[in-house]
Design a protein around this ligand. Structure first.
Ligand code: G1P
Length: 299
């Protein structure tokens, strides 16, 4: 990769069944962390890595996402007439800074299939893939996807984000294994990366090739589309991005990056609640009140 990252793909065609009934009419990507839709946090991470164009892969009924990133004339007009400048800027900024394109995924055939739907919108560029369920709070470090871009540019290879997980959880993820590039032998610390030799989607319990789970951030070359177009259904009968990445790994073209920062699983109800608390505690205007409440309820 020898250019900055300009485009990212955000798959958002899932049904969000874990958040029913809320997701009957509201896309799960619009559920807020404190006051900000999860997809906006993802888009802000992409912006801070230099991206300017976001391709959202939509299913049915995801108009709310398009509206969110569009101008809202009535709202902006009302806010500005009432002198609510701060709120006006807040609402206006997100539609000004990024160009959002949506692409329909006509059938729910898997993450690999969703990414393939972005082929024409991406063209012949390197691009990022960011999964809305995974929130990365970089906690003072560079944004999660930016950390991957750095390694992709330094090595010229595709990059995936990795996080060590307990053995009993590895069947829930794509798992990557391979030798460490730099850093302490045998141990991968924050900022370290491996040359990926093996990639397995949702390995049955006890068969994971390592404890390194793939977290939803990827920096990929355009060749991935050709590979995805040939990828047969895998785990769960779906066309898996992981299986296409395994092809890149076999060609020696994939690195796995142990990113710095905290990851929240906002696709899970408990993880979503934890993310809300963690992000709220970072807000000066909410911190004290929330802490007092938490102390009260754990008594
Ligand atoms: C997807 C990917 C998986 C990855 C995970 C990260 O799985 O297929 O490889 O580890 O996201 O969140 P999902 O969680 O959509 O089942």
């Amino acid at each position: 990769m020898n250019h900055p990252l300009r485009k990212v793909v955000i798959p958002a065609a899932g049904l969000g069944t874990r958040f029913l009934p809320a997701t009957k009419s509201v896309p799960k990507e619009m559920l807020p962390i404190v006051d900000t839709p999860t997809i906006q946090l993802i888009v802000e991470e992409a912006l801070s890595a230099g991206a300017t164009e976001v391709v959202v892969i939509n299913g049915r009924g995801k108009g709310a996402i398009e509206d969110h990133f569009d101008r809202s004339y009535e709202l902006e007009d009302t806010l500005s007439r009432k002198g609510k400048q701060e709120l006006f800027q807040l609402v206006r900024r997100i539609s000004d800074e990024v160009r959002v394109v949506s692409v329909r995924q006509k059938e729910p055939l898997g993450l690999g299939h969703a990414v393939l739907a972005a082929r024409h919108a991406i063209g012949n560029d390197w691009f990022g893939v960011m999964l809305g369920d995974d929130l990365i709070d970089a906690d003072g470090h560079e944004a999660g996807i930016a950390q991957l871009v750095n390694v992709a540019r330094a090595t010229g290879k595709a990059a995936v984000a990795l996080l060590p997980v307990p053995e009993e959880q590895s069947h829930l993820y794509g798992v990557a294994a391979g030798p460490l590039l730099g850093g302490d032998a045998g141990k991968i610390g924050a900022g370290g990366h491996i040359s990926v030799e093996k990639m397995v989607e949702k390995p049955p319990r006890g068969t994971a090739p390592s404890n390194l789970a793939v977290i939803g951030r990827y920096v990929l070359p355009p060749e991935i589309f050709e590979i995805l177009a040939q990828t047969k259904p895998g785990a769960g009968g779906e066309i898996q991005l992981t299986d296409a990445l395994a092809v890149l790994a076999a060609r020696g073209q994939l690195v796995g990056v142990r990113f710095s920062g905290v990851r929240h699983d906002a696709g899970d109800r408990l993880g979503y609640l934890q993310a809300n608390i963690a992000y709220a505690l970072k807000r000066p205007e909410l911190r004290e009140g929330l802490l007092a409440y938490l102390r009260e309820v754990v008594k």
